[in-house]
Design a protein. Structure first.
Length: 562
């Protein structure tokens, strides 16, 4: 009933299942007691003319059974609500943590629209699974068994009829359930694709408008929407056929039992009280299974989304895959102020790629040294920085800090010594100040302004309406590419780490801005180890070595004066 991977990730689901089992058993007992007492009261009053005093005990017992059933229903609802809330919050947190562990290399291969759909609507759909389907399916397992156990003792013929017809229901549920699962998976894939298409269209709309291709984007979304509509109709058709088959079987079962009981009452082979009690519980035998079938289709989207979420959580990072499993043993990373970074025979290959991104790279970087990796696009410069950030693991070779291999160091602790400006830095929805304070939470206004001054953007920020408190749009779309780049550099300055990684930091800057930025950054970079990946290394005022990388292979390692 619950994916073992989900039970492993969220241990509270096991406790919830046990609670649901207990509630289901107790509710079934209450159903039987309720039916027996109702039949007894009617039998005493109608056939024997009993007064209120004669059935007082039965009425009290009936009231207790009704209250008990209502109380158990409340306990089940509360347990289901708590379980669904716990699972949803836990899964969202795990997905976020896992995405950060997998890093930008993995995220670059994912579609943002599809991923956001899974973590928002997909996880929310699990509320139906835990709140409605799971309690009902547990009740569907135990309620018929408990009721049949009593019916066997009261009338074995009715029990046989129930058992034969109940055997047909799982068969129908399996047939329609498998078909429904296939259609739901197809529907979820189409919905995910539509979400990804739509987000890509919105993000690329300015470019499409500039090229006069906005009509093409609308046509793609329209086609995806039509595909989703057709798949949804197929899913609904399967759900309706499944519900119809269950209703037919349950209706046939109740009618057949009522007919047999009526005939046996006429020939005097059965007492009225027993027949009435069996007739009262007859719908309750089939009702949990009918409801479970209906909730199965209602919760199908949640199950499809959960599979996608669990696949993300089970996704192994390139570090784990390359090393054959977790190998972190060192808690505290060696200081970069005192230890060299040693790269030996490094080869990096991306999953699914035939050619390595970096091959046979061997270098030693001393503390405080400035090194530029220079070469054409796709040459492997950014891959080297990704490996140093523990976003990629070497297929061959090692990266070590002093005598400690990087694979033995906790990546989170290792990254505390690094400040990084990626090739495409991201700015979040919020103020200028909040975007900078990501690097140093609680930084003073003086520190923030000093970082902006050093990045050569303080004058521009001062001219904004609210200064550093000015709100930026998602991704910093209210700023130019060069302004976003300089804000990212200011954020790196505010972090104040001994190792600075710069990936194409001057790609969006003109020559004059690069010259000013080079002069202002020089005091900050002077005593730090700096690695820069760029087509050219103009942004650094002092470069100790230029390492030319072409097709992932180190061609030339030389100093500027050579």
């Amino acid at each position: 009933m619950i994916d073992p991977r989900l039970a492993k990730r969220v241990p509270s689901t096991r406790r919830y299942v046990l609670t649901s089992v207990g509630v289901g058993l107790a509710s079934s007992v209450c159903v039987v007691v309720q039916a027996v007492l109702i039949a007894s009261i009617i039998n005493q009053v109608l056939l024997f003319g009993g007064g209120i005093t004669r059935v007082t005990a039965s009425l009290i017992g009936l009231g207790v059974a009704l209250l008990g059933r209502a109380g158990l229903s409340w306990v089940g609802e509360v347990s289901a609500t708590r379980a669904s809330t716990t699972v949803s919050s836990r899964l969202r947190r795990l997905v976020l943590e896992r995405s950060l562990e997998l890093g930008p290399v993995w995220l670059s291969g994912e579609r943002a629209g599809e991923l956001s759909l899974s973590t928002t609507r997909g996880i929310s759909a699990l509320d139906t699974y835990f709140g409605r389907y799971l309690p009902q399916v547990i009740l569907a397992v135990f309620a018929p068994v408990v009721i049949l156990a009593w019916v066997v003792t009261a009338d074995w013929i009715s029990a046989v009829i129930f058992a034969v017809l109940l055997a047909l229901i799982p068969f129908a549920m399996i047939v329609f359930g498998k078909q429904a699962e296939r259609e739901t998976q197809r529907q979820w894939r189409r919905l995910s694709s539509l979400s990804a298409h739509f987000l890509d269209l919105i993000q690329g709309l300015p470019t499409l408008r500039a090229l006069g291709r906005e009509t093409h984007g609308r046509r793609e979304v329209s086609e995806a929407t039509e595909g989703l509509r057709l798949t949804t109709m197929k899913t609904l058709r399967v759900a309706f056929l499944s519900a119809l088959s269950l209703e037919l079987i349950s209706g046939l079962g109740v009618g057949l039992v009522a007919m047999v009981l009526g005939l046996r009452l006429l020939d005097g082979s059965m007492s009225f009280g027993v027949a009435l009690a069996i007739l009262i519980v007859a719908p309750e035998v089939f009702l949990p299974l009918r409801r479970a079938g209906a909730e199965f289709h209602a919760s199908a989207e949640g199950r499809a989304a959960a599979k996608r979420i669990l696949d993300i959580l089970d996704q192994e990072s390139s570090l784990t895959v390359a090393s054959g499993g977790p190998s972190i043993t060192q808690v505290t990373p060696p200081s970069l102020l005192e230890n060299q970074i040693v790269v030996s025979d490094l080869r990096i290959r991306y999953p699914g790629q035939r050619s390595p991104a970096v091959d046979s790279l061997s270098i030693s970087i001393s503390p405080g040294e400035h090194v530029a990796f220079v070469g054409p696009s796709g040459g492997g410069k950014s891959s080297i920085l990704s490996a140093l950030l523990c976003f990629l693991s070497p297929e061959r070779g090692t990266i070590a800090v002093g005598d400690t291999p990087l694979s033995k160091i906790d990546p989170l602790l290792w990254r505390t010594q690094i400040t990084w400006v990626p090739q495409h830095p991201h700015l979040f929805q919020g103020t200028v100040r909040s975007n900078l304070e990501i690097a140093s939470p609680g930084a003073s206004r003086h520190s923030v302004m000093a970082a902006l001054e050093m990045a050569g953007i303080a004058e521009f920020i001062d001219q904004l309406r609210d200064g550093i408190e000015t709100e930026l749009g998602e991704g910093g779309l209210t700023l130019s590419a060069g302004e976003r780049q300089r804000l990212a550099i200011a954020r790196a300055i505010l972090r104040d780490a001994p190792l600075v990684l710069l990936d194409e930091p001057g790609a969006h800057l003109d020559t004059f801005t690069q010259s000013r930025l080079r002069s202002s950054l020089d005091p900050w970079l002077r005593d730090r180890t700096v690695l820069i990946a760029a087509h050219r290394s103009e942004l650094l005022d002092r470069v100790d070595r230029r390492i030319y990388i072409d097709a992932g292979i180190e061609r030339i390692d030389r100093r500027p004066d050579e």
